[in-house]
Design a binder for this molecule. Structure first.
Ligand code: HEM
Length: 485
């Protein structure tokens, strides 16, 4: 008994000293929060943007916070981000990625080779292969849009939630393009996958934070099980994209068993489909609530459409749409960029200040706060301005400044450095094509004309695209004659 108590006390003391350190002079300001061990975990999880904005006001562009026993140094100076991306020896991307892979997807690869995986993907998402993927995606978007509206009379309005409309359509088209696998040509398989995926996605943040309640554990367990079954043949059949077939071969060559391969398929489904639908939602939501922006996009689409066709080619120049997309993503893309500190190192900030980072800590960049919502960089950053990224002559604006310095990173929805999004060109063309087809073929409007763009679900900061905290109701009908004016 006495030994148990002594061991327990030792454990508590060890834990206390481990999680209760003091700041040395060369380290960033340290803010442990008042709750032992937990530190700021609750505030961080509830609304990371609000919490980190408060910490920035208190401590400046760099500080260390305690979060559930871990020490996380947060860097919020975009002029200093490159020092992080360039140091791949001391700052590691893959360890934390593997923690999340296990927590969310129950995935432990026998040998995780992110560089090889990325090289496979890059090969298939550029040049001729990309053109081919864009083409297949467009074909599926057209089919789904037709299926969605074919039972409507020309005068019937159909009601839907805009988020559901965009996410389910982009997801199904993306799934069919990359994962293939329609047994009966009526898109039912894609709809089943989306329906299970939707349950899984709704609890994603809780899985990432290991805060699922027992009923929720059951829901995610069943959804994952079902998705693993539905994805069993992905990458093994001819209709899957060449990328996914290659990725399967890679997994097999690395010795991953069948079960592990299915889990990896779900990870890829999330990486490729989790952001595009929400991005399309926000973009259409802003257009439907900002008539000037809508008019400008329609006019531009009209000017690039060859009369008699209804196709938007990837090479067509659409600077107005590009600015609308950039502005949309500035306001709604909020990934954390996280690195594990593998060895003690000194971080040199752009202003010449130096800070020591400790081995075992985590480093986190949050571009959503700066550059994206930084009032020093973007005037009235909380407002949607469709032409924020346009110059007076109508070309793309790329000059933005902070502290008198021209910024390399003035918005960062796609991440940056070696881990930047590999699917960016495919994602952009998919969203552009979707918006083009919707505006070309549908009369679409808000159900309540006075409705505003919903607020974001503040629990989702850190995982790519944000989602709305409620639906935006729309109504649409097929146009008698497709046109843009
Ligand atoms: C609006 C849509 C999208 C956004 C905003 C987005 C954003 C991002 C971001 C921020 C990262 C970096 C994550 C990090 O640093 O930890 C990332 C990584 C990645 N994205 Fe995207 N993405 C989108 C769509 C896509 C699509 C359509 C694909 C593929 C078809 C894709 C494939 C990937 C992959 C494979 C990675 C991992 C790269 C790596 O491990 O280094 N993304 N994405």
């Amino acid at each position: 008994m006495i030994w148990t108590i002594i061991l327990l006390l030792n454990g508590i003391l060890f834990f206390y000293f481990l999680s209760n350190r003091t700041r040395s002079k060369r380290e960033p300001p340290l803010d442990k929060g008042v709750i032992p061990w937990l530190g700021h975990a609750l505030d961080f999880g509830k609304d990371a943007a609000k919490f980190l904005t408060r910490m920035k006001q208190k401590h400046g562009d760099i500080f260390t916070v305690r979060v559930a026993g871990r020490y996380v140094t947060v860097l919020l100076d975009p002029n200093s981000y490159d020092t992080v991306f360039q140091d791949t020896a001391s700052l590691d991307f893959s360890r934390y990625a593997q923690v999340l892979m296990d927590r969310i997807f129950n995935l432990r690869l026998p040998s995780y080779k992110p560089d090889t995986e990325k090289a496979i993907m890059r090969r298939h998402f550029q040049g001729e292969s990309l053109l081919c993927l864009n083409h297949v995606m467009e074909k599926h978007l057209r089919t789904l849009l037709t299926l969605e509206t074919e039972d409507l009379n020309q005068s019937d309005w159909k009601q839907d939630g805009l988020f559901h409309f965009c996410y389910s359509m982009m997801f199904r088209a993306g799934y069919l393009t990359l994962f293939g696998g329609e047994q009966n040509n009526n898109c039912a398989d894609a709809a089943n996958v989306y329906s299970e995926y939707h349950k899984f996605d709704g609890l994603l943040m809780k899985m990432a934070r290991s805060t699922l309640k027992s009923g929720e554990k059951q829901t995610t367990g069943m959804a994952k099980q079902r998705l693993w079954e539905l994805l069993a043949q992905a990458g093994l059949r001819q209709e899957s994209s060449l990328w996914l077939q290659n990725y399967r071969h890679h997994l097999q060559a690395e010795g991953a068993d069948e079960e592990t391969q299915r889990k990896a398929m779900l990870l890829q489904l999330w990486a490729t489909q989790g952001n595009v639908g929400p991005a399309a939602f926000w973009l259409l939501a802003f257009l439907l609530t900002h008539s000037e922006a809508m008019r400008a996009v329609r006019k531009e689409f009209n000017s690039v459409t060859v009369p008699g066709t209804n196709t938007l080619n990837p090479q067509d120049q659409t600077p107005v749409f590009d600015s609308v997309l950039e502005e949309t993503l500035r306001l709604t893309a909020a990934p954390f960029i996280t690195r594990e500190v593998l060895q003690n190192k000194t971080l040199c900030m752009a202003n010449g200040q130096e800070y020591d980072l400790r081995k075992g800590d985590r480093l986190c960049l949050f571009p959503f706060i700066s550059p994206q919502m930084d009032p020093e960089i973007h005037f009235e950053p909380e407002k949607f301005k469709y032409d924020r990224f346009l110059k007076a002559d109508g070309t793309a604006k790329k000059d933005f400044f902070k502290g008198g310095r021209r910024l390399k990173y003035y918005t960062m929805p796609w991440g940056a450095g070696t881990n930047a999004c590999v699917g960016k060109p495919f994602a952009i063309q998919s969203i552009r094509q979707f918006v083009f087809l919707v505006l070309f073929h549908l009369d679409i409007e808000l159900h309540d004309r006075e409705a505003q763009v919903p607020e974001v679900d503040v629990s989702r900061y850190g995982f790519g695209m944000l989602q709305p905290n409620k639906e935006l109701q729309i109504q649409y009908k097929r146009r008698d004659q497709p046109f843009f004016q």
